[in-house]
Design a binder for this molecule. Structure first.
Ligand SMILES: Cc1cc2nc3c(=O)[nH]c(=O)nc-3n(C[C@H](O)[C@H](O)[C@H](O)COP(=O)(O)OP(=O)(O)OC[C@H]3O[C@@H](n4cnc5c(N)ncnc54)[C@H](O)[C@@H]3O)c2cc1C
Length: 468
């Protein structure tokens, strides 16, 4: 297919592309990017719309938060990844409305027509009705969150270095991570390593043994989605590494530098200069927007309940994939987990299904292949469960490293990550220990995940039609 230039109207010029069915993909994360890749060179024209100009590899955000790697190592510009394909155009903008009758999405105050719509806008963090905690305990979903966590930890350590009062120093050297899932465990393990070992030579006044990382979770074990043997291995590692666990604990209150956690034993007050939140997930508000526009069901977490082919009832041309969908057409009837693996497989399948439908060919039904799950807890130490094959320690870390490098969509990032990991293992130094930005700047960037109660902008008569 010849490369065509798109001009002011964002519409392809009169030629081959204009006649092709138009697939609009909203969200260039794991699911949307995979769908886009799979449609390259197919007889469709594709528009990928994302509110950010990059794809983010969220599983390694904790490494940005703990200064092991930098922003660019875990994010890649969408234009470079798919924008150069002749039948793909990438547009920057936040989709705010969907008109399912006119087959249009609304973004940048314009209407944009589609023949097929793939919604893959992902999810964000939820504070279970306590939005006021967001500023006190940043989540870890986007790059700015990871930057904020690193800024808070390093700023606190800098202040501790100049603080003669031992109690205040202890406070400044303390971190609490809420949520004992893979993200919380990885963040707690990595911050613990950063504070106890990586900075030992750099800070003259700090005693690494006084650094304290506490992981809080309401369950009776960490990594509850994994096998109990994996949780046990993780807890043993944390015991040795000095990470404190507060299990069976529900957060009741968060104030500046303080958490109140309730367990069966009563209330516990934890004090820490840095508090991080990895406990709750809520789907993008586009789920509610779609529900309002079409009447399709949306679950309590804001996820769109989809049909076996990821469409919604009455709209075979709209597919919802990745973290934004609830897909329970599985052998055990349980919804697929909100993870990168299912998201990628959904993206590839939906793209192939659209092409098969257009060509009038049969397509096999979707079935998810579960490769397993894993979590890195410290240098050269990971726990992993590959379909019943359970490993921990260095072997787990090696498999984790290989899997993540294979999954990483950009080659350049593979090289930079590998070199930084090897450097950190050899020297225990971290390459990206920068304090940048200003406090709480992440709060302004965390858009697109407004509470579901807030009305999303409706399509207006005044908005311009760009295509179609
Ligand atoms: C810290 C962290 C660690 C994780 N670790 C793992 C792990 O180890 N293994 C694993 O399998 N999974 C992991 N996950 C989960 C995994 O990252 C998600 O399941 C996966 O990203 C979901 O893919 P997605 O394409 O649905 O959404 P995303 O990857 O989140 O992509 C959504 C995209 O949509 C864009 N977008 C959102 N709203 C709009 C809008 N209105 N208009 C335009 N664009 C929009 C966003 O900018 C984003 O680019 C982790 C998640 C986090 C946060």
């Amino acid at each position: 297919m010849a490369r065509e230039r798109f001009f002011l109207e964002l519409d392809p010029p009169e030629a081959t592309l204009k006649a092709l069915p138009h697939v609009v993909i909203v969200g260039g994360g794991f699911a949307g990017l995979k769908a886009c890749h799979a449609l390259i060179g197919k007889p469709v024209r594709v528009t990928l719309i994302d509110k950010r100009n990059f794809n983010l590899f969220q599983p390694l955000l904790y490494q940005v938060a703990s200064g092991l790697v930098s922003q660019g190592d875990v994010a890649s510009p969408l234009r470079q990844m798919v924008g150069q394909a002749p039948n793909v155009q990438v547009l920057l903008g936040e989709v705010q409305g969907i008109d399912a009758t006119a087959k249009e999405v609304v973004f940048n105050e314009r209407r944009y027509r589609y023949d097929h719509l793939i919604l893959a806008a992902g999810s964000g963090s939820s504070y279970f009705g306590h939005e006021e905690w967001r500023a006190l305990a940043p989540p870890m979903k986007i790059l700015e969150h990871a930057d904020e966590i690193r800024r808070r930890v390093l700023s606190a350590l800098e202040e501790a270095e100049q603080t003669p009062d031992p109690a205040k120093r202890l406070f400044l050297q303390s971190v609490v991570v809420v949520g004992g899932g893979p993200t919380g465990c990885e963040l707690a393990g990595s911050l613990n390593e950063l504070m106890r070992h990586s900075l030992e030579r750099d800070f003259k006044q700090l005693d690494p043994k006084q650094c304290k990382v506490t992981l809080v979770d309401p369950g009776d074990r960490v990594l509850r989605a994994m096998d109990p043997a994996i949780s046990k291995a993780a807890q043993n590692y944390f015991d040795k590494a000095g990470v404190q666990l507060l299990l069976g604990g529900r957060v009741q209150q968060i104030t500046e530098g303080q958490l109140v956690v309730t367990t069966a034993d009563g209330n516990h007050t934890l004090e820490a200069a840095t508090i991080c939140w990895t406990a709750g997930v809520r789907a993008s508000h586009l789920g509610k927007v779609l529900g309002d526009a079409t009447g399709c069901p949306v679950d309590k977490g804001g996820r769109v309940i989809v049909e076996p082919d990821f469409s919604i009832q009455g709209h075979p041309e709209i597919r919802v994939i990745g973290d934004l969908c609830s897909y329970s057409h599985t052998a055990d009837g349980k919804p697929l987990p909100g993870m990168a693996g299912p998201a990628v497989q959904m993206g590839g399948w939906v793209a192939a299904d659209i092409v098969a439908n257009l060509q009038g060919e049969p397509h096999k039904s979707f079935s998810w292949f579960d490769f397993g799950s894993m979590a890195v807890l410290g240098p050269l130490h990971a726990v992993a469960d590959f379909r019943g094959l359970r490993v921990s320690g260095a072997v787990g870390w090696l498999l984790w490293g290989l899997a993540h490098l294979a999954f990483m969509p950009a080659n350049e990032n593979r090289i930079s990550l590998l070199s930084k990991w090897l450097w950190a293992i050899a020297t225990r130094e971290r390459a990206s220990m920068l304090i940048t930005g200003h406090p709480n700047q992440h709060l302004d960037v965390d858009v697109g995940l407004v509470p579901v109660e807030a009305p999303a902008p409706e399509p207006t008569q005044a908005s311009a039609t760009i295509a179609g």
